[in-house]
Ligand binder design. Structure first.
Ligand code: HEC
Ligand code: HEC
Length: 361
């Protein structure tokens, strides 16, 4: 009897050892947020959390947008991001919102050459226009950050911008009458942390897409360009104006850094060189898109030019020589030698990139 028991016991033990690992319990319903592809038990653990996908039209000729897998665009996320972008609550003294420096009518850029933060201290750079950012591979004039999520951490704590702390932002938002529910709707979280704040802002920024300029409609065959605009288009895309090498593609930027001959050495702002510490990068800046350029004056990283006429005069002069000036600035000392009519045509073409739907949205 005892032996029998013992044998039974061993069979039991060895059976137990050979058995597969315990099944993972969890939810198998594809519609649930905690869907677990390894689950083989039941749907008792399913949590249903519904967001509405945010759909958008890729501008004509653009590649697909680069969207991080963990932060897809949803209606809830984009509208929360928009609210945060417009809300001075992110600044230490509740006085300055993102939109204060990135103003809608200026294609989400600052109409002042350099921006002033909450302590009335001015920075040394012009606030970039926020447009079609979902296709940028780096951000800020020097490309110091590689994602919109990462970028949004900065202005909040920058002493010459919103001069706040993330700890303080979290406390304020978690005690707010509306934000906890909005974050719950967008991300299904009960505690608002800084990561989700920047995720929402980045979603909103990716939704700032311009697809309806006259130029886009021309490409779609919906409108014609007039002779002056067409001539400007030709100058832009030929060796004569040579703009297309850097501001090429339908995005009108190349995601690269160039020195376009604004200054000779020593440079006031090392630009890309400040990030890489490589003297070959001194004085180089990220090529900005030219979309909506009519609205985003003043121009260049320091806002030195107030009109497109001044910008064209700069390029027409051939630019200034320095050791890092771009080899594509081929006409240094000679200039492009555009006639007044050609300059006007080039500007007329640049204005076909204006999208009033975008700034009135
Ligand atoms: C005090 C003015 C100011 C405020 C407030 C501000 N910004 Fe900016 N922003 C700037 C300036 C100036 C730059 C250019 C910085 C640089 O290149 O060094 C910039 C750059 C950016 C860029 C990079 C765009 C590109 O094309 O590379 C993004 C994105 C951005 N800001 C988003 C935000 C968000 C989001 C907020 C709010 C959380 C915000 N900004 C608040 C002034 C401001
Ligand atoms: C060698 C590359 C290169 C070429 C060629 C070039 N650009 Fe640029 N462009 C840049 C860079 C880089 C900047 C930003 C420079 C800075 O702020 O320091 C810029 C800035 C601009 C700006 C200001 C944008 C803003 O948001 O402030 C305009 C407008 C512009 N370029 C138009 C043109 C036109 C028109 C041509 C042809 C006549 C041209 N560019 C040729 C690289 C180039």
């Amino acid at each position: 009897m005892r032996l029998f028991n013992l044998i039974f016991f061993f069979i039991f033990i060895s059976y137990g050892c050979k058995k597969d690992p315990a099944p993972i319990s969890g939810c198998t319903d594809l519609l649930a947020t905690n869907y677990n592809p390894n689950a083989i038990i039941s749907n008792d653990d399913c949590i249903y959390f519904n967001t509405t996908p945010y759909t958008f039209q890729n501008p004509y000729g653009f590649p697909n947008m680069n969207i991080p897998e963990n932060n897809p665009l949803t209606m809830e996320g984009v509208s929360l991001g928009e609210k945060l972008f417009n809300d001075p609550i992110l600044s230490a003294d509740n006085s300055l919102a993102c939109i204060s420096c990135h103003q809608t009518n200026s294609s989400f850029s600052d109409p002042n050459p350099v921006s002033v933060g909450i302590d009335n201290i001015a920075g040394n750079r012009n606030a970039s226009a926020l447009i079609n950012l979902g296709w940028n591979t780096s951000f800020n004039w020097d490309g110091s950050v590689l994602s919109l999520e990462e970028q949004a951490f900065e202005p909040v704590i920058n002493p010459i911008e919103m001069h706040n702390t993330w700890q303080n932002v979290e406390i304020t938002l978690n005690n707010h009458a509306e934000y906890p529910q909005l974050f719950k709707n967008a991300f299904n979280i009960d505690y608002i942390d800084s990561n989700h704040v920047v995720m929402a802002i980045a979603q909103f920024e990716r939704s700032l897409i311009s697809t309806n300029s006259k130029y886009d409609r021309f490409l779609r065959g919906e409108v014609q360009l007039n002779p002056s605009e067409l001539n400007g288009y030709a100058i832009f895309n030929s060796e004569k104006g040579d703009c297309f090498h850097c501001h090429g593609s339908q995005m009108f930027m190349d995601n690269l850094f160039h020195n376009n001959g604004l200054d000779s050495e020593p440079f006031n702002d090392l630009g890309r060189g400040k990030i890489t510490n490589n003297p070959n990068d001194y004085g180089k800046f990220k090529t900005p898109t030219l979309r909506n350029i009519e609205f985003s004056a003043p121009y260049m990283h320091d806002g030195r030019f107030f009109t497109l006429e001044e910008v064209i005069d700069h390029y027409n002069s051939g630019g200034k020589y320095s050791s890092t000036v771009d080899p594509l600035m081929k006409k240094i000392g000679v200039g492009l030698q555009l006639t007044n009519q050609e300059k006007e045509d080039l500007i007329a073409f640049l204005k076909t990139l204006s999208d009033t739907d975008f700034i009135n949205k």
